[in-house]
Design a protein around this ligand. Structure first.
Ligand SMILES: Cc1ncc(COP(=O)(O)O)c(C=O)c1O
Length: 392
């Protein structure tokens, strides 16, 4: 049947997520995927779940299966207080809000903040999922300039001076897609600029626990908390399928995000929140982070070594201290969207970098590589194949 229904005009701004499309192809047997941004299934603490489930049921009984408050399950919010404090974010349990993944916060941000034509300042490139969450509300984007160290504070200052910017969306640590991390001094400069312009920062921080070398750097939000929404998640350090994210925001924004969430899903799964609370209170989180770092670090080293060994002249790449991604730039005349099709024919998939740009026709010569899924040996083989393909 051909249903004759007129869709809302905002669907014009909603495209298919190309990464999800690539992931459908890469699920074919024999394909090596460097495309996803997902944790290795080996990292999941499967053996723990039986015990966690038992303690959830004996401790919380029917509460774990009942509707719960939109703000989140209080025992989980209480557990998150010290985790956030360690990251430099001071908040009481009642100021910490639980969402269905950090994606849940991004979606609600779009809903409560963006009017058609509002200007959002983003890193260029930025996280595709944020663009997908914001696009239906028809914002205009301004990309802030970056160099090898990431976002350039002076350019942010210029953008904020010359435009009425609704908010700035940044991923300062092990950025998706570039893997880059903003230095402490740049963060301090950026916080000063944000305060000077009384701007609003949305800081998305899913990856900072996955650090393979170097010292932790406090989030920008810790330097300008009254101007910041700080978003994080358990997806990369527990299990993304549980969909547990959280945020801390100024009171007015928190109020409206909570109302928005009531319309989205009423609340995040009570049972999953209870599992997460037991996971953290049982002291398993730190061990899990260590396990993930041990698992991913050699994979990242393998990828960096393979890039060095096999990439042709004219290619450069980021050398991140953590996270899940390496960003590669080829010579200007390369079209990575076309090359990805050829690479997939040879059994290797990556994500063409252009999908991470808010403006059309940027980044055609770039690509994002993920190193968490494949083994070091397979990563070496895949990068060798890409090197040969790019050398033609
Ligand atoms: C920068 C960034 N923000 C948000 C998300 C979404 O994560 P979650 O599983 O918490 O919704 C991701 C996932 O890849 C991400 O890379």
């Amino acid at each position: 049947m051909n249903l004759n229904i007129e869709l809302a005009s905002r669907t014009n701004n909603m495209g298919e997520n190309i990464i999800r499309e690539i992931l459908k192809v890469v699920s074919r047997p024999g394909m090596i995927s460097l495309a996803g941004g997902i944790p290795s299934p080996e990292s999941f603490p499967i053996e723990l779940f039986e015990n966690l489930q038992k303690s959830v049921i004996s401790k919380y009984k029917s509460e774990a299966f009942q509707y719960g408050p939109t703000e989140g399950f209080l025992p989980l919010r209480e557990e998150l207080v010290s985790i956030l404090a360690n990251e430099g974010i001071e908040a009481t349990a009642k100021q910490i809000m639980i969402t269905s993944g950090s994606q849940g916060t991004l979606d609600a941000i779009g809903k409560i903040l963006i009017n058609k034509g509002d200007i959002i300042a983003v890193e260029s490139p930025t996280y595709l999922g944020a663009l997908s969450a914001f696009n239906p509300y028809e914002p205009a984007y301004i990309g802030i300039k970056s160099d090898e160290e990431g976002l350039i504070p002076k350019d942010l200052d210029k953008v904020l001076s010359e435009n009425s910017v609704k908010f700035i969306y940044l991923i300062p640590t092990f950025q998706n897609p570039t893997g880059k991390t903003l230095s402490k001094s740049r963060r301090e400069e950026i916080a000063k600029i944000i305060i000077k312009h009384n701007a609003l920062l949305i800081e998305d921080n899913p990856y900072s626990s996955l650090r393979y070398k170097g010292e932790n750097i406090k989030p920008i939000a810790s330097l300008c908390p009254e101007n910041s929404v700080y978003i994080s998640t358990l997806s990369k350090i527990f299990a993304p399928g549980l969909r547990i994210g959280y945020y801390v925001a100024p009171e007015k924004i928190r109020y409206w995000l909570t109302l928005a969430k009531q319309g989205i899903d009423l609340h995040t799964s009570s049972y999953n929140q209870a599992l997460a609370a037991e996971y953290i209170s049982g002291g398993y989180l730190q061990a899990q982070i260590e396990k993930n770092v041990e698992l991913y670090k050699p994979k990242q080293i393998a990828m960096l070594n393979a890039l060095q060994a096999y990439m042709p002249k004219g290619f450069t790449w980021s050398k991140p201290d953590g996270g899940m991604f390496i960003w590669v730039e080829g010579p200007k005349n390369y079209n990575m969207k076309e090359l990805n099709i050829l690479a997939m024919e040879q059994g290797v998939a990556f994500v063409p970098g252009e999908v991470f740009f808010s403006q059309k026709d940027e980044g055609k010569n770039t690509l994002r590589l993920n190193f968490t899924m494949a083994s070091p040996e397979v990563i070496d083989l895949a990068i060798k194949k890409l090197g040969e393909l790019f050398d033609k």
